[in-house]
Design a binder for this molecule. Sequence first.
Ligand SMILES: Cc1cc2nc3c(=O)[nH]c(=O)nc-3n(C[C@H](O)[C@H](O)[C@H](O)COP(=O)(O)OP(=O)(O)OC[C@H]3O[C@@H](n4cnc5c(N)ncnc54)[C@H](O)[C@@H]3O)c2cc1C
Length: 344
Amino acid sequence: MRSSEVIIVGGGPAGSSAARRLKRAGAEVLVLDRERFPRLKLCAGWITPEVVRELEMDLDEYPHRLLTFPRLKVHYGRLSLPVPCVQHSIRRFEWDAWLLERSGAPVEQHNVREIVADGDGYVIDGAYRCRYLIGAGGTRCPVYRHLFRELNPRAHELQIVTLEHEIEYDWRDGDCHLWFCDEGLPGYSWYVPKESGWLNVGIGGFAERIKSAGQDIKTHWAHFAAKLGEGLTRGAHYDPSGYSYFLRGRVDVVRRDNAFITGDAAGLASRDLGEGIGPAIRSGLRAAEAILHGAPYRLDDVTGMSVTSIARSMLTRAARPLAPHGRRRASNGGPAHGLRHGNQ
Ligand SMILES: Cc1cc2nc3c(=O)[nH]c(=O)nc-3n(C[C@H](O)[C@H](O)[C@H](O)COP(=O)(O)OP(=O)(O)OC[C@H]3O[C@@H](n4cnc5c(N)ncnc54)[C@H](O)[C@@H]3O)c2cc1C
């Protein structure tokens, strides 16, 4: 049986942030993930300046695709509004693998199935033993299932259903577009360009509300894809995949003895825009600090409203206009749009 002081189940942003913090403090830590990285993660890959700060990311040093938006284009019915603020896009396929490797923690590919409390620690699938266990396995995290589900049942009214596709596409419009409540969708749809000719498009909305309106997400997707095909993404072909996760509701118990839940496992995405990367990172860091310093593990202020973060970015942007350098062209020579520049 392999032993480690801390085992983290899941190597996404929550798991890799916790791993990096623990590793830097000299703790013995092992990450288990059922996938081999780089792995596909359905996500628009939109990250905020807060995420960049919390991860201590030097944007100029980041070795993969990164695009900076000097504004968001927000659409509601016939109204279209450019919102000047700084946001970024990355490809989760690349970014998650980079974060996990940067953590310096050993990673084993293992699909966790069974967790048993044993003395003051845990045994996983009869093959791994640890004193501290961090659940960072996303919506279907086995740590949540085994140790927290009964204490924190998920609120179905906060379940989000999504469809999205990330494709190689020579985009012409380098802005990030968001359409709210299009065709009655209780949520929003997005167009998020990535550096060097990649593009993520998708839709997400409240599962129960879509169902109770007698609709389904596929009908909304068909409408969205047709709209894109007439304008922003002429000639593109989509084969979208779906994923479901939970927005922040009541999360009463996030630590049980020496076990913690973080990120999507705890259901922490923001209530307004379903932004889950920031809360995943913050909760991962707090779990690590609770282990290192014996501090209480509290998530009261982990999930903010995304619009507050956008407003903060608008103010920063107004005070300090973007000074771009190193604009990049799409790989196929397409037009340069997004900006690559120093930390914001
Ligand atoms: C379509 C879509 C678009 C989104 N867009 C955005 C966005 O633009 N910006 C944003 O901030 N948020 C977005 N989100 C939310 C964001 O993707 C998540 O909140 C975030 O990835 C949560 O991170 P995490 O580390 O908790 O979990 P994850 O990133 O899901 O990582 C969990 C890891 O656990 C592993 N795992 C799962 N089960 C097991 C097991 N049994 N054994 C071992 N390993 C296991 C998985 O392989 C995975 O690597 C989006 C979500 C969706 C579905």
